[in-house]
Each structure stands twice: as structure tokens, then as C-alpha cells.
Write a protein that binds this ligand. Structure first.
Ligand code: FAD
Length: 308
């Protein structure tokens, strides 16, 4: 192993969390290596919303600018390589890299994001990130004034319908042949939202919108559709490092991005901060969390050297 490569911090991931962490570390002259496989959660979409100064911009545009910012700092090194394994402890982590020599770092900042699995309905995947979305904050406004479909039968459909009320002209829940529980039925009735209970055969694009073909019922035209994705950690590092996880399998962090293991920090979609019901998955929240975790790396290392 090349012992000259002992970085202050290894940042794994160069989405908005990892890129902002890199900038913060670079500005504080901490040597860092940033790994990325160039795959991002928002790859399916061409437009990013709800980010100050960049509303509607292509996500890659922000990443290119952010990477340029971080590369301007001499202590930041980028590596286009997949990390396969992380082991070790505070001040001596070993980061194994596919097809390359391992590197060592005193601290590790995980920013590897999550992976989505979409509902198994033909046509959803092709339209995901555009006419089909999972997040009303990211893509709800784009469906304003149209009939919006909410695919699903779990209780979240009522909360989603309530949230979309002021945006959509009409809302319909597509339960895809599944039963809704009593409370959800009552909530939807209170909101005046109808349910199409028939199984969905296919969702297809027509003009500016979607057409949902149902078994045994007339097709429904929509301006957009909200779906719930199942997500999982995109890497095994939380397992390898034995990090504490929430019920949703997010890595539990404090307000500074510290995990349950000293020297390991986490930021972005993979991590869940205090008081939050889930990881607050957004580009802006991920960038802010990356900054906080990088600041904690700097501060924790600095405080080790002095007596308060
Ligand atoms: C369709 C869609 C649309 C969205 N639209 C919006 C929107 O409009 N506005 C908004 O705020 N949010 C949006 N989001 C959410 C947004 O994409 C995420 O919140 C954000 O990307 C999280 O950033 P991150 O840095 O945590 O992870 P990511 O951006 O997913 O980055 C993960 C990084 O980890 C790296 N990585 C993974 N595994 C390895 C490995 N083994 N070795 C090395 N590197 C690795 C990847 O290469 C990548 O660099 C959308 C999400 C989806 C799915």
C-alpha cells in the first residue's frame, strides 16, 4: 500500500453532498480524496427544481460548476473510481478501490446516496423524472393546473393528495387493484379525491401528458403522476463499518453528520439527521449536509490538538 497517500478525509461520492464537502475541506486546506462512479440519484431527470439560483437547471450543470469550484483548491483530489470496501478506525481507515491500490485516510465522509426501485408498472420507468415523479417539491409545480394521478394504495396517498391540493386542477388516486385501508378511504373522501381501483395496465405518454390504461375501465388522461419509490443504500459501506441505521435504513447522524462510529461522517440522501422522520432528500439539503459534515471533520480534528 502506498503510505504517502494518507488523506485527512476520504469523501466517497461526488453528488451535491460530496462536492460541497470537498469545497469546504479544500478551503480549510485539509487533504481530501473524493471518489465517484459518476452515477447520481437524479440521473433520470433533465431539470432540477427547488434550489436557489438554479431552479430548472440541468443537474449536471450544477455538478460541473461545483466540481470546478472544488478542483480550484490544491488539497482536493478527485478519483473516478468505485470504492469497494472501507475498514479501519479513526486516524487509520483503509479505502479499497476497484482495480487500484487502496488509499488511507484519517476520516471518512460517506456521501454515496441511495438507489430507487420504481413500482412495477409498464411505462413508469420511461417517464420517471419527467411526467412521473416521486417528489412533489421537486416536480409537482410542473403539473400545475392539470389532473394529477397518485399511484399507490398505502396511507401516504392521502397525505400526497392533501399536499397537491393547491397545485393540481384535479387529483385521482390509482390504487392499481389494491385495497385502501378505512382511514385512507375516509381521508380521500374528505379531500374529495376519487379512486380508480382497477389494475393499471400501462402508462404511456401522449402529447404533453400521460394516458393511464386500466383493466376494465376507460383510460385516464393526466398531466403528471406521483409514485412512491422503494430506496436502499447504494453501497455496503454502512454495513461494513457497522453504522447505526434508522428504521428506514438511513445512516443515523447528528446535526454535524457524525455517525455512530468515530471518524465516520455521512451526508446527503443516505443519512438521517436528528428530529427528522426520514432523510430529507434534496440537492440543497444534501449540499448543506455535506458542508456540515466536512466542517465537523475539520473541527473534530482541530479540537483533538488543543485543550479547552
Ligand atoms: C428523478 C429524480 C428527480 C429529482 N429531482 C430533484 C429536484 O428537482 N430537486 C432536488 O432538490 N432534488 C431532486 N431529487 C433528489 C436528489 O437527486 C437527491 O436528493 C440528491 O441527488 C442527493 O445527493 P447525494 O449527494 O446524497 O447523492 P447522489 O447525487 O446520488 O450522489 C451519490 C454519489 O456517490 C457516488 N458513489 C456511489 N457509489 C459509489 C462507490 N462505490 N464508490 C465511489 N462513489 C460512489 C456516485 O458516483 C455519486 O457521485 C431528485 C431525485 C430523483 C430520483
Amino acid at each position: 500500500m502506498d503510505k504517502s497517500n494518507v488523506y485527512d478525509v476520504a469523501v466517497i461520492g461526488a453528488g451535491s453532498a460530496g462536492l460541497q464537502a470537498a469545497q469546504t475541506l479544500g478551503r480549510m486546506h485539509r487533504s481530501s480524496v473524493v471518489f465517484s462512479t459518476d452515477r447520481y440519484r437524479n440521473d433520470p431527470t433533465g431539470h432540477m427544481h427547488n434550489f436557489l439560483g438554479h431552479d430548472g437547471a440541468p443537474p449536471a450543470e450544477l455538478r460541473t460548476a461545483a466540481r470546478k469550484d472544488a478542483e480550484a483548491y490544491a488539497d482536493v483530489t478527485f478519483r473516478e473510481a468505485g470504492v469497494t470496501r472501507i475498514s479501519g478506525e479513526l486516524d487509520d481507515f483503509v479505502i479499497e478501490v476497484a482495480g487500484e491500490e487502496p488509499v488511507r485516510a484519517r476520516r471518512v465522509l460517506l456521501a454515496t446516496g441511495v438507489r430507487d426501485t420504481l413500482p412495477d408498472v409498464p411505462g413508469i420507468e420511461e417517464n420517471f423524472g419527467d411526467l412521473v415523479a416521486h417528489c412533489p417539491f421537486c416536480h409537482g409545480h410542473e403539473y400545475a393546473g392539470t389532473r394529477v394521478g397518485i399511484l399507490g394504495s398505502a396511507p401516504h396517498v392521502a397525505a400526497m393528495a392533501s399536499m397537491l391540493g393547491p397545485i393540481a386542477a384535479e387529483i385521482v388516486v390509482l390504487s392499481n387493484g389494491e385495497d385502501l385501508d378505512e382511514a385512507t378511504v375516509a381521508n380521500l373522501e374528505r379531500l374529495g379525491v376519487p379512486v380508480a381501483a382497477q389494475p393499471v395496465r400501462v402508462v404511456r405518454r401522449e402529447g404533453d401528458g400521460l394516458v393511464v390504461e386500466l383493466d376494465g375501465a376507460e383510460p385516464i388522461a393526466l398531466g403528471g403522476m406521483l409514485v412512491k419509490t422503494d430506496w436502499e443504500q447504494s453501497t455496503p459501506f454502512a454495513d461494513q463499518l457497522d453504522l447505526e441505521r434508522s428504521a428506514m435504513d438511513a445512516v443515523i447522524v447528528d446535526a454535524f453528520g457524525r455517525t455512530s462510529v468515530p471518524g465516520v461522517y455521512a451526508a446527503g440522501d443516505m443519512a438521517q439527521g436528528p428530529g427528522l422522520p426520514m432523510p430529507m432528500a434534496s440537492v440543497l439539503a444534501a449540499a448543506a449536509a455535506g458542508m456540515m459534515a466536512a466542517a465537523a471533520c475539520v473541527q473534530d480534528a482541530a479540537l483533538e490538538r488543543i485543550t479547552l
